[in-house]
Write a protein that binds this ligand. Structure first.
Ligand code: SF4
Length: 281
């Protein structure tokens, strides 16, 4: 998980390298089909970040860049921004009791500060129609500019309420070339939306996360994810019928360069994959 000024080399809408600006420029050297982009603003390197782009970023607080993923994300403070998750944190055997977003680089002050900033931006955006519009427009414009068509919502934090879900759907509607993956524990909220004849935009996949380690759920009309613990790091429970097993977490013998990364896998974005099982790490 990386924060701050992070850069990526992109070819045919795919990220082929992530690093500092200097490292990306070096990687690109002599390859005309490669482009270097700034991950947190979506600005092409060489194009000066103009005032409009800065204004867009200010409206939502900038992106996060999970090192595992092909594209960017937007992370909020774990627990504080997890309506159901904050209750599950204290439940032994729950996925939230082993929350990855409270480990590794996530507790670093610079990461926490960025998450708090985004959370504050979201809360204040939801207070007025104009704020909502600035937030939607800011994110839509920047992710579109990034040339990476895979966006994962909430590498940390979760859906706040129906208004937040609607704002995300509006971002999806305004970015038809992007594929959006929304992992969430807020099944009740999504159900309520569907029961009121709501229609999920075609470029969005909502994947409902099972609350407990070793549990698989099958929410009607939606995809799901589970967490298994074959190495006994918590309760040792594994999902009996796991479906697709996430290669980034299950393939332990990969070379260092590709270890823990999605590479060419996009299963989480696919509605045709009913369940993705992650190994607890
Ligand atoms: S299942 Fe595929 S897309 Fe999802 S996190 Fe794992 S590697 Fe990435």
């Amino acid at each position: 998980m990386l924060e701050g000024r992070q850069y990526a080399v992109v070819q045919n809408d795919e990220v082929v390298f992530v690093g500092t600006q200097a490292a990306c420029e070096k990687f690109r050297k002599g390859r005309s089909s490669f482009t270097v982009v700034s991950v947190d603003t979506g600005t092409l390197v060489g194009d000066k970040i103009n005032e409009d782009a800065e204004k867009d970023v200010r409206a939502f607080g900038g992106f996060s860049k999970p090192s595992k993923m092909p594209g960017s994300s937007i992370g909020y403070p774990a627990k504080k921004a997890c309506p159901l998750g904050k209750k599950l944190c204290d439940v032994p055997g729950s996925v939230c009791s082993q929350c990855y977003a409270q480990k590794g680089l996530y507790p670093f002050p610079v990461v926490r500060a960025a998450q708090d900033r985004r959370y504050h931006k979201l809360k204040s955006a939801m207070r007025t129609g104009a704020g909502e519009e600035r937030w939607i427009n800011g994110i839509s414009t920047r992710i579109q500019a990034m040339h990476i068509p895979w966006f994962r919502w909430h590498d940390s934090g979760d859906l706040q309420n129906m208004q937040h879900l609607m704002m995300i759907f509006e971002v999806a509607n305004r970015t038809p070339k992007m594929r959006h993956w929304i992992p969430t524990k807020e099944l009740v909220l999504v159900r309520k939306f569907l029961e009121n004849d709501g229609r999920i935009p075609d470029n969005v996949n909502i994947r409902i996360s099972a609350p407990m380690i070793g549990q698989r759920i099958t929410p009607e009309g939606l995809t799901a994810s589970s967490v298994s613990d074959p190495q006994g790091k918590d309760n040792g429970k594994v999902v009996a019928d796991p479906g697709f097993q996430c290669p980034a977490t299950y393939e332990h013998d990969r070379p260092k360069k590709t270890k823990g990364r999605c590479m060419d896998c996009r299963a989480c974005w696919e509605r045709s994959v009913p369940n993705v099982d992650y190994e607890l790490h």
